[in-house]
Design a protein around this ligand. Structure first.
Ligand SMILES: *Cc1c(COP(=O)(O)O)cnc(C)c1O
Length: 392
């Protein structure tokens, strides 16, 4: 009985925190296929609808035909191709930084950056709502680990003041993945600079969506030159897979030498690099998609608020609808699914206790009619589920 797995599983089930995977059988962009049904997908991070874009798909197919599917080795052995190199150059130019480095996933990028830059002599300061990969990387680095209150530069200042650490790194999501709000980057940079700290932004949800040409949160907020470490994933707005870090020559060389999740893993398939190159061209020219997306978000916020739902202060495609109790969030998600809408219930421990929610994500692939269906279903749910319980 040394490994009593069943009781931990039973306990998680009893708390309505048990996770189950959905098995989809196709669809991308606005639609998902589940159990032979077509659902409108409000659960994906494919914000610009590029995962199924014909140019992106064709670029991947074409490169797979020429390079094969697997890269065969790590970047430092023989896995690094001219397609990876071209993508890194394109990402550096796109973000306005000297260099960029590809990682296989965002989780690994964050693990790699934080463990390569920090050790026991250092301190890391993280927003308490940062993505799990940032929290895990900060802990794994061995640096003194401090969390500051969500989006509160003053609280950060009080934690930074007088820190004797060798290196001090302030780490924040650009757009918070479960709340959808943006970090106040200029104010965070002010505080960090005053204490000789560096700032790292994980822009998984801002890259491609925010700022001129989709150049991300740091451009949208005018702080690109003040953020030495910029990281984003390619699996969200870019519609493909993988992640990158952009920054100085010395930062990128440091990661190539010391980031273990970079060194000891197989390079991304070259065809993915080709697909992402195609996607990057589309992103730069996708103002129309971004405008349509912003309109959907604005219309949703106005009408859901009018229906009496509690939203969070998010201006991004991530629009959480606060429900409170786990079981209520699950029931609501289930009711929406019966009406042809795929919206995930997000529960603790992913979000704080008592803050179970629906996490609605919009895509430029959605139509106004899709939004109308969502709003109709939410209006019906408000009448049938106990509306007294919607408050936090
Ligand atoms: C999705 C996400 C990651 C992880 O990226 P993957 O490529 O999926 O591993 C990291 N940070 C944030 C904020 C994310 O939303």
């Amino acid at each position: 009985m040394a490994f009593d797995l069943d009781s931990a599983l039973a306990e998680r089930r009893a708390r309505h925190q048990y996770r189950q995977r959905l098995t989809l059988s196709g669809g991308s962009g606005r639609e998902a296929r589940l159990d032979g049904r077509r659902l409108i997908n409000f659960a994906s991070n494919d914000y610009l609808g590029l995962a199924g874009h014909p140019h992106v798909v064709a670029a991947m197919q074409d490169a797979a035909a020429r390079y094969g599917v697997g890269s065969g080795a790590s970047h430092l052995v023989t896995g690094h191709t001219d397609l990876h190199e071209a993508l890194e150059e394109a990402l550096a130019a796109f973000t306005g930084r000297p260099r960029a480095l590809l990682f296989s996933t965002g989780y690994m990028a964050n693990q790699g950056i934080l463990t390569a830059l920090l050790d026991k002599q250092d301190a890391v300061f993280e927003d308490r709502l940062n993505h799990a990969s940032l929290l895990d990387g900060g802990l794994a680095s061995g640096a003194r680990f401090r969390r500051y209150l969500h989006n509160q530069p003053d609280n950060l200042a009080s934690k930074l003041a007088g820190s004797p650490a060798r290196r001090k790194l302030v780490v924040t999501d650009g757009v918070f993945s479960m709340d959808g709000d943006s970090a106040p980057l200029a104010a965070l940079c002010d505080v960090a600079e005053a204490q000789d700290a560096w700032v790292m932004v994980d822009d998984a949800h801002g890259f491609g969506v925010l700022g001129e040409g989709g150049r991300g949160s740091v451009h949208a907020q005018g702080v690109n030159a003040r953020v030495p470490v910029y990281m984003a994933t390619l699996s969200k707005a870019a519609g493909t897979f993988g992640a990158f870090v952009a920054g100085s020559e010395a930062l990128i060389e440091t990661l190539i030498q010391f980031a273990r999740p970079y060194v000891y893993t197989t390079a991304l398939p070259p065809a993915l690099a080709a697909a992402t190159l195609a996607s990057l061209d589309i992103i730069a020219a996708a103002d129309g998609r971004r405008q349509h997306l912003a309109q959907l978000v604005q219309d949703f916020r106005q009408q859901a608020t009018a229906q009496g739902w509690q939203l969070l202060p998010s201006q991004t495609p991530i629009q959480p609808l606060l429900v409170g109790r786990e079981a209520d969030a699950l029931a609501l998600a289930q009711q929406l699914r019966e009406q042809g809408l795929l919206v995930p219930a997000i529960r603790p421990p992913t979000v704080p206790a008592g803050e179970a929610r629906l996490r609605i994500t919009f895509s430029a692939a959605h139509t106004q009619d899709d939004l109308g269906q969502l709003l109709d279903a939410l209006a019906l749910a408000r009448r049938t589920l106990n509306p007294g319980d919607q408050d936090r």
